[in-house]
Design a protein around this ligand. Structure first.
Ligand code: NI
Length: 420
């Protein structure tokens, strides 16, 4: 079947692949035969997980399903201590490559009218983690078959992680359970609805942003607006913080660090003629740079102090850490880009955009090099492109087969690469 695809840069691509459903791929080869045999089963698994979503930290049934399926394939999965995640090694040898998927759904209603719609009120796989889980499961089953015939040149570790969507997130639990022991590189993919199905987005360097929260509380003597000199005039002091702090930050942090401080809530006073004794501002601090992220709490507290200098206001800064930025390793990115090209065709590998959203895959990258890629799940011909974290989000299920291909190739390429 011939199909035409418009690439992000506007070029049009006409090809005879892969506009067939997973399982119907005409390409020859072992992985293709495997996908022909098992592709429909993977779609069924994805639909089951989609219909039975579980919130962050409560992925017990999903983890049990993963463990059951891996056990049936002759593997020996280990549950995380809480029972809401799974770690599973395939093959043998000292070289270990890890592949990670996240299991959790979001506290959103499912607005789709499909047979696999969520059966749980206000819980929905609106971030595609059902697809991530299914793909990694498919990779595990395919690699298990390869390992049986001694076709696996090392060990591949599958990390099925709980609680990606909340803080504290589940990645540190996986690491504490030994998930990265002996691992030389770690890889993951994320559904990308704005990328057409059939394409994969890769990028070396910054990939997603750190996302921290900041709360600034000012206290001081209130009073009549007729006599501001007898007060700490917190409304004025807060105004200096609101405008001055982001501006000062932009003068102290390299613009290339992509740091962005934005206020989301501001509160001070009630009456027009009364200066309050308390004022508050809340916002987020995002950055694409690890160094800038590490230094942010101290720097921001110092600059907030400078912004209220001389007003008499007392300052209290509460800085709450979110996830670090995901910064893809150059060599790991080269490996995954090459593998994606081998799996799908080089013309289907495009440059991924940077996202200012957060992703807890960053915790793994604090320990070992690795890379995250975007898997095109955009549905061709859809009247509207529904982004992740929206109630009507869905994927083009052909992406499951693509994801399996790319990650199997990635594992094999990374095990063979001398760099790790
Ligand atoms: Ni996600």
């Amino acid at each position: 079947m011939t199909s035409t695809l418009t690439l992000p840069e506007g070029r049009t691509l006409t090809s005879s692949w892969p506009e067939t459903p997973p399982g119907g791929d005409p390409l020859p080869g072992q992985l293709d035969r495997w996908l022909v045999a098992r592709g429909a089963e993977l779609v069924a698994i994805r639909r089951h997980i989609h219909a039975h979503p579980e919130l962050s930290g409560e992925e017990f049934e999903t983890a049990a399903l993963v463990a059951r399926t891996l056990t049936a394939a002759g593997l020996s999965p280990q549950m995380l201590p809480k029972g809401n995640g799974v770690i599973c090694d395939i093959g043998s040898g000292d070289r270990v490559i890890a592949l990670r998927a996240d299991l959790d759904a979001l506290p959103l209603p499912d607005a789709k009218d499909v047979p696999y719609r969520s059966t749980v009120d206000n819980v929905c796989h609106a971030c595609g983690h059902d697809a991530h889980t299914t793909i990694l499961l498919g990779v595990g089953l395919a690699l298990a078959q390869l390992a049986e015939t001694d076709g696996l040149p090392g060990r591949v570790r599958l990390l099925f992680q709980p609680a990606e969507e909340q803080m504290p997130s589940g990645a540190p639990d996986v690491i504490a359970a030994g998930g990265l022991k002996d691992v030389s590189a770690v890889y993951a993919l994320h559904c990308a609805p704005l990328l057409p199905v059939g394409l994969v987005g890769v990028r070396s360097g910054p990939f997603t942003a750190a996302a921290d929260k900041i709360e600034i509380r000012l206290t001081g003597k209130g009073g009549h607006t007729a006599r501001p000199h007898l007060t700490a005039d917190l409304v004025y002091a807060l105004g200096r913080i609101l405008v001055g702090l982001p501006a000062l930050l932009n003068r102290r942090v390299d613009p290339l660090a992509g740091m962005s401080m934005v206020w989301g809530a501001v509160r001070a006073g009630e009456a027009a003629n009364a200066i309050p004794s308390e004022a508050l501002a809340r916002g987020t601090v995002r950055t694409l740079n690890k160094e800038a992220w590490r230094e942010a709490p101290e720097l921001i507290t110092e600059l907030a102090q400078a912004a209220v200098e001389g007003t008499g206001a007392d300052l209290d800064v509460t800085y709450t850490r979110g996830v670090p930025p995901v910064v893809n390793d150059r060599l790991a990115t080269a490996v995954v880009a090459g593998a994606a090209g081998a799996a799908l065709g080089a013309e289907r590998v495009v440059e991924a955009e940077i996202s200012m959203g957060g992703e807890d895959f960053a915790y793994y990258l604090d320990h070992v090099p690795g890379a995250m890629i975007r898997l095109g799940t955009g549905i061709p011909g859809a009247s509207e492109r529904v982004d992740i974290h929206q109630s009507a989000f869905d994927i083009d299920e052909r992406a499951i087969g693509h994801g399996v291909r790319v990650m199997v190739h990635t594992a094999l390429a990374a095990l063979s690469a001398g760099a790790f």
